[in-house]
Write a protein that binds this ligand. Structure first.
Ligand SMILES: Nc1nc2c(c(=O)[nH]1)N[C@H]1C(S)=C(S)[C@@H](COP(=O)(O)O)O[C@H]1N2
Ligand SMILES: [Mo]
Length: 207
């Protein structure tokens, strides 16, 4: 039985374990892990919280940035979801806490041409998504995982979480969301990862 969520492996705002049974929530070619592996390309960027900001830029009527204090004062949500890395590990039942993407999208006015987004991180990482994939009820900007502040290695102070895509789309150390009219590949996408990265379709490599 699915609670509130319409999509397999996802439920919103519940501390109860997700249904259905874990085995049915592991996409093809994935292996369950109980650890929380760290997957980072390059080094871990150091960001002082008083210099940190998150912003929405590009094809918006007015660009907007939030300081850490402003961001933490936004309405908070907890969303439980599964996490699938293209290197084949899947970690189930992650309780992410932060600000839902729809809360952010409700506070900026996108231009009608905005159809894609580049998630840009401190340290230079970037990954691309269609607006239609970003704008989903299980997507959030998370500062906590399973009740603890995100460690630096896992993307603290703030990371994007996009449960319906392979985890490389969940940019750690998120800094900006840049809205664009046309698609452009991010870092791993330029290196040959699939542009869409849907784990249920095993979109690992190639377009
Ligand atoms: N900024 C940034 N975000 C990133 C990455 C990265 O190297 N840099 N790696 C991605 C990959 S491949 C995965 S699997 C997940 C891993 O998140 P974790 O290290 O918290 O498990 O982060 C994604 N987000
Ligand atoms: Mo990954």
């Amino acid at each position: 039985m699915l609670r509130r969520g319409k999509v397999k492996g996802m439920s919103i705002l519940t501390r109860k374990p997700l249904d259905p049974a874990p085995a049915a929530r592991i996409p093809p070619g994935q292996i369950l892990t109980r650890d929380f592996p760290i997957l980072t390309y390059g080094g871990v960027p150091y960001i002082e919280l008083d210099k940190w900001s998150f912003g929405v830029v590009g094809l918006v009527e007015a660009e907007k940035t939030w300081t850490w204090a402003e961001f933490m004062a936004l309405p908070q949500v907890e969303i439980r979801s599964d996490f699938h890395c293209v290197t084949t590990w899947s970690k189930l039942d992650n309780l992410w806490k932060g600000v839902s993407i729809r809360e952010i999208l409700g506070r900026v006015q996108l231009r009608p041409e905005a159809k894609y987004v580049m998630a840009k991180s401190y340290g230079g990482y970037e990954t691309n998504l269609p607006l239609s994939v970003l704008d989903d009820e299980d997507v959030l900007l998370a500062h906590s995982h399973n009740g603890e502040p995100l460690t630096k290695e896992h993307g603290g102070p703030l990371r994007l979480v996009v449960p319906k895509r392979y985890a490389w789309k969940s940019a750690k150390w998120i800094r900006r969301l840049e809205f664009m009219a046309t698609d452009r590949p991010g870092l791993w996408e330029r290196y040959g990862y699939h542009n869409d990265g849907d784990p249920w379709k095993e979109e690992r490599f190639g377009r």
